[in-house]
Design a protein around this ligand. Sequence first.
Ligand SMILES: Nc1ncnc2c1ncn2[C@@H]1O[C@H](COP(=O)(O)OP(=O)(O)OP(=O)(O)O)[C@@H](O)[C@H]1O
Ligand SMILES: [Mg+2]
Length: 279
Amino acid sequence: MTAARGPAEANGLVQARGPAEANGPGEANGPAEANGPAEANGPAETYGLVQARGLVRSFGQTPALRGASVSVAAGEILAIMGPSGSGKSTLLHCLAGILTPDEGEVWFAGRRVDTMGEAERSALRRERFGFVFQFGQLVPELTAEENVALPLLLDGMRRAAALTEARAWFGRLGLDGRERHRSGELSGGEAQRVALARGLVAHPEVLFADEPTGSLDSMTGEHVMNLLTAAARDHGTTVILVTHEPRVAAYADREVVVRDGKVGSLAPDPLVTSPGLGS
Ligand SMILES: Nc1ncnc2c1ncn2[C@@H]1O[C@H](COP(=O)(O)OP(=O)(O)OP(=O)(O)O)[C@@H](O)[C@H]1O
Ligand SMILES: [Mg+2]
């Protein structure tokens, strides 16, 4: 009953859209070459803003990814589920250009990410991506509001303006009064919401969020997911979200499941399923 994922996967790397790609003939390294005439099922839905193909990644002797492929459309909210240790965080980090796969390809907006140098990848992360890491990773020396403002400061915004934007998130996330706390002075759930605000504050094109509600009670989790999805829809942000919780995954447009380092879908995946197959 699994959706056909065979040859259709081969044309997953579709030329990306949007003005960012309209950078003239210099854009010779796009994935268009990979498609050829096989790209017959080319409605807009088959575009993938973020794509991974055949990712393999091990840590020493431990295989984390064993041929993981996934394609995420612009503006889509994708939930990645799966058992602990199945490779979800590793996949997310590869998609976000934080980790480099041993094998396979990662593409963002028509650009190959996994072969970029570190400087180019870090510019991409800084300018176009937002992250919420599984384990917070707030900067302990900074206050909560400075942590939230960080992406704006790194982007060159003046401190006063960046802090004003950062502070606006505290009320929205039920964090009033926590602005000046350092990460050691926040509860786990508060730190997680600060991390979420930091991920969203610069309106990234893609938000990568690893268990963004893992430390939250169900009421707060729902509030945070409402906020996250509203922010994403308002700004056309693509969201790739790892979660254990079906309740959280329900906010996504689509779910995939990682098992043993490979990606499967719960429902037929419009991005990788050939039309006509399975009927
Ligand atoms: N830095 C690392 N060093 C060694 N092994 C690692 C490292 N990171 C991940 N692994 C291993 O790779 C596999 C996949 O880990 P990953 O963190 O991607 O799983 P996960 O699906 O995110 O799990 P969880 O739901 O528990 O967060 C696991 O077996 C893990 O032990
Ligand atoms: Mg994880």
